[in-house]
Design a protein. Sequence first.
Length: 275
Amino acid sequence: MFPFSRKYFVNEDDTVPQKVSIFCIHHSLESADFYLNLKVYFEPEDVFACIVTCGGLCPGLNTVIREIVCGLSYMYGVKRIVGIKVIIDYLGFTCHSTVSLEPLYSSHVNDIHKRGGTILGTSRGGHDAIKIVDNIQDRGINQVYIIGGDGTQKGASVIFEVIDKSFGFDTAVEEAQRAINAAHVESESVENGIGVVKLMGQSPFYLEGRGGLFEYIEKRLKENGHMVIVVAEGAGQELIADSIRSMGHEDASGNKLLLDVGLWLSQKIKVRSTT
């Protein structure tokens, strides 16, 4: 089917390094080559593949969808590829809500990598493993590509931790840098300015007392005259819980509902600075 590239294959024993460092000593870079797998378990004409995105949004979801579609279609000649239009997480499987993803016959994925979010939609919770498997079997789907985070992968029967790198990580770091840099510019423009930036993640901390955040803020302002605080969205939840009843509540996927630590921390700092 692809005689011009048949002599180049990826070996099943090949591995992907966990960390890669490249030092360029040449003025020009040659383009990377990507080859087919030597051993395939499905003939292209027998493949019926589906793609689903679940969980929270992150950069690169549409890029992953596009690469899966283009790889299956252009490299292996797969004709039947569908996207599961998510209504409530995996519920798209049981509602027979599918969208065609065949780049050879449509323009569904041509430029989706330029858009944010996911063209298939996403949400949390609402999956029934038995119904999902039954509907996959009823539809004749034999390849399922599930895109999402740890909560999404809990819905899959087998989890393989292949490489310690996540799509969208670099973009997330770049966007975080923009927010932090903007907060830094504003905080250093005023006397004892404090910028607060809330990012993804969970990390506990102490607010008051010896070794607490307030002690560090006072020390930093005396030394530098300004500072930026980067706080994880899941941090300080137990500190905020006393005045808010939603502590301990969960979303449809069983994740704890997070209270707004950024707003709470900003208010606490303002109160502290005026007393």
